[in-house]
Design a protein around this ligand. Structure first.
Ligand SMILES: NC(=O)c1ccc[n+]([C@@H]2O[C@H](COP(=O)([O-])OP(=O)(O)OC[C@H]3O[C@@H](n4cnc5c(N)ncnc54)[C@H](OP(=O)(O)O)[C@@H]3O)[C@@H](O)[C@H]2O)c1
Length: 333
């Protein structure tokens, strides 16, 4: 039962894999979504292609705002008069950074989150109420953030450091907040696992970096939408929580790809490209037009990530996660 029915939520990154899942789930539960995109026309077409999006448009519950998290002047209107902000923006081409174009974890993920927090502080009139204490003159929105399962302070990886710093800014913002540290997600629109498996359309093998033995808890993207909705609706009961979130099964990358192939009814070999070989290739490829690989991106794709679900079970004991094979069969079968 919803404790906060009919909220208005700004979703940044609403056209992305995760943001679309969040948007669709919120709309299906009767909430209002203000979808942020750098192109409102494209976002209207993309989100309007889903049943929940169409209904949301017809009922006036799905609206749009053209804004960019790296452009602070675009954000004040975006965050005005909302009950919550769900930040799921991610730079195009991730995990391949392109510093010349400002497409980096630090610029979009960390600074973008800080820019959103600062816009909220301006619009809802933050003031200092003592050392390290921020209060808002107006009722300020709840802040939901999509982080990663491997995030930790002092990580060697820039993507985890950027997200840690974004998390810290949220925790220190004076807002009520919820952070979801999600495992790698799969679903019909995911561009990473589906791209890997897509090579099996015309190759007798599927190639991956590393030995494929890294463990992960792949999560169905719809489950990410559902946990965001629960955190929103139950924010009076559950807040200021950093929640590890993943699928119900721990598998290796090899297991995951083999299960995908099995569900598709395909027999293909997995070809393992040693990470040092991948990184050596990437050292050259990163300077070619299109910049489709960097050494960091090789590391990122072979990273894995297992979510400890203890806190999820304690906080939302009735929350059911989609079993891996069932989730995959819903779009690959
Ligand atoms: N995918 C996963 O498996 C996974 C797992 C754990 C955590 N996460 C985290 O979840 C977040 C979203 O990931 P995703 O896979 O959904 O990303 P995605 O599919 O690449 O989508 C990200 C969206 O961000 C928007 N965007 C890009 N640059 C922007 C900017 N400067 N200002 C505002 N919006 C911008 C884009 O929308 P427009 O083009 O419409 O502006 C895009 O649709 C990321 O932080 C990621 O690290 C993802």
């Amino acid at each position: 039962m919803s404790e906060n029915p009919r909220s208005t939520v700004l979703v940044s990154g609403a056209t992305g894999l995760m943001g679309t899942a969040v948007t669709r789930e919120l709309l299906s539960r009767g909430h209002r979504v203000r979808a942020m995109s750098r192109s409102v026309d494209r976002a209207r077409i993309e989100l309007g292609s889903y049943p929940e999006g169409r209904t949301g448009l017809d009922e006036g519950r799905l609206t749009f705002v053209e804004a960019d998290v790296t452009q602070p002047q675009t954000l004040d209107e975006a965050v005005r008069e909302v009950d919550a902000v769900a930040q799921t923006a991610q730079f195009p081409g991730a995990p391949v950074e392109d510093p010349d174009k400002g497409l980096t974890y630090m610029n979009v993920d960390r600074n973008g989150t800080v820019n959103l927090l600062q816009a909220i502080a301006r619009v809802y009139e933050a003031r200092t109420a003592g050392p390290g204490i921020t209060r808002f003159t107006q009722r300020a929105p709840h802040f939901l953030y999509l982080s990663g399962v491997t995030v930790e302070e002092g990580s060697a990886n820039v993507w985890d450091r950027a997200k840690w710093q974004a998390e810290e800014a949220i925790r220190g913002s004076g807002l009520d907040w919820s952070i979801v540290r999600a495992s790698p997600a799969y679903g019909p629109e995911d561009k990473s696992f589906n791209r890997l498996i897509g090579y099996s359309d015309y190759q007798p093998f599927v190639a991956i970096f590393g030995d494929g033995n890294e463990k992960l808890t792949p999560v169905y993207v719809g489950d990410v939408g559902r946990i965001f909705a629960r955190l929103l609706e139950e924010r009076d009961r559950v807040r200021d929580l950093t929640l590890p979130f993943g699928g119900p099964q721990v598998v290796t990358m090899n297991d995951l790809l083999r299960t995908m192939l099995e569900v598709m009814g395909r027999r293909r070999r997995l070809l393992h490209i040693p990470k040092p070989v991948g990184k050596a290739q990437a050292l050259v490829l990163q300077f070619l037009p299109g910049r489709f690989l960097t050494p960091d991106a090789v590391e990122f794709t072979a990273q894995g990530g297992v979510a400890d679900l203890t806190l999820l079970r304690e906080t939302f004991p009735d929350f059911e996660l989609t079993p891996l094979r069932e989730g995959l069969a819903s779009y690959l079968g």
